[in-house]
Design a binder for this molecule. Sequence first.
Ligand SMILES: [Zn+2]
Length: 113
Amino acid sequence: MHEMSLAEGVLRILEEQAAAQNFVRVKTVWLEIGELSHVDPDAIRFCFDAVVKDTLADGAALDIVRVPGQAWCHDCARGVAVSTLTEPCPHCGGHKLLVTGGEEMRVSELEVE
Ligand SMILES: [Zn+2]
């Protein structure tokens, strides 16, 4: 499952941060998931709970923040909001869109002790 390897990637980030910043427990993880990223928040939550068992983040809360899709329209010369990669510009109906945000998934904040 795609989300399982993503959850393992999150755990690796937590372990790297723990080594760099000398904390031993992670209590809350804020995870930003772009609307264009094809990551299912329910699946990632399920996988995260499984992956962190018996690690520094065992029982940690996962707070998922959805990040809206953003694109640049060449015809309008402005940034627009999009919810899928295939939809046209909401202003001019054109397809000359360059996605500029909402495709990524990242750990934005940690609560640790
Ligand atoms: Zn446009």
